[in-house]
Design a protein around this ligand. Sequence first.
Ligand code: NAD
Length: 271
Amino acid sequence: MTTSGALTGQVAFITGAGSGLGAAFARRLAADGATVVINDMNPDAAANTAADVGGDTAIFDVTDSVAFDEAVDKAAERHGRLDILVNNAGIAPPTDPEKVQRSIANQMARMEGRVSDMVPPDSTVDLSDADWDRMIRVHLYGAFYGTRAALRHMTPARSGSIVNISSVLGLRPMAGALHYATAKAGIIAFTKSVGQEVAPFGVRVNAVCPGWVDTPLLAPMDPMIMAGITMQIPRGRMARAEELAELVRFLAGPESSYCNGDVFAASGGFV
Ligand SMILES: NC(=O)c1ccc[n+]([C@@H]2O[C@H](COP(=O)([O-])OP(=O)(O)OC[C@H]3O[C@@H](n4cnc5c(N)ncnc54)[C@H](O)[C@@H]3O)[C@@H](O)[C@H]2O)c1
């Protein structure tokens, strides 16, 4: 990591920054001088990152629009400005051991040309209203609430950068994670639309589509499934959160002055 101090005096708000990618983004932006406000639902996780980077915490669920508005307003008031928002908070689809085994058996059958032996995984049929709703809310509503709250400060200032964390699954959806892929694809359309709206007014909105990154989010995944996924990554390994942090740092800062409503994957060749 080469640090520059280029973000000195700037204020960044990062959601889901108590763990994984969000924590790495916080460390990276702070290393270049930004004051970082650490959001997370998990107070201990947020406090750990904040202690690391010397920032404030803002404990709330990103699906709560009132709490989001209040926290962003408070951060802007306390620090006198808001320059960067990273909409990062996210959840993974819950893993169901029975479906995992069925998926592995189906993949084996497909590889061996025994398609008629495959058993319908029923991922869509079995998806509950609550699981669908929560997935869309955390990712898509969260990004909307955060962006709306931040633009109230950024547009009048004619300055600011919003980075929305999508996923390679928003570009290359995968069976079994349809609500996740749908939410992440929605973030891409959302980013392009808002990015076009605010581009003339000095505010930049861009999306990052991380490939498979080694964070606690993937910890519950079956090792066989992960091995199968890793085989499809031309780079031959998962990403480190720090590698994605370099891309977020670029989009957050002045170096990306011509990126407006643009979408950037870092996937090791997966997409
Ligand atoms: N890890 C990957 O392979 C990968 C790949 C592509 C995209 N992503 C995306 O990157 C983002 C970060 O993922 P990660 O891998 O760092 O996960 P992680 O589980 O390590 O961290 C996510 C953090 O978000 C917080 N969070 C979850 N729901 C929240 C909510 N409603 N409000 C506030 N905080 C909430 C969690 O408490 C946690 O601290 C997510 O949007 C995820 O979908 C991850």
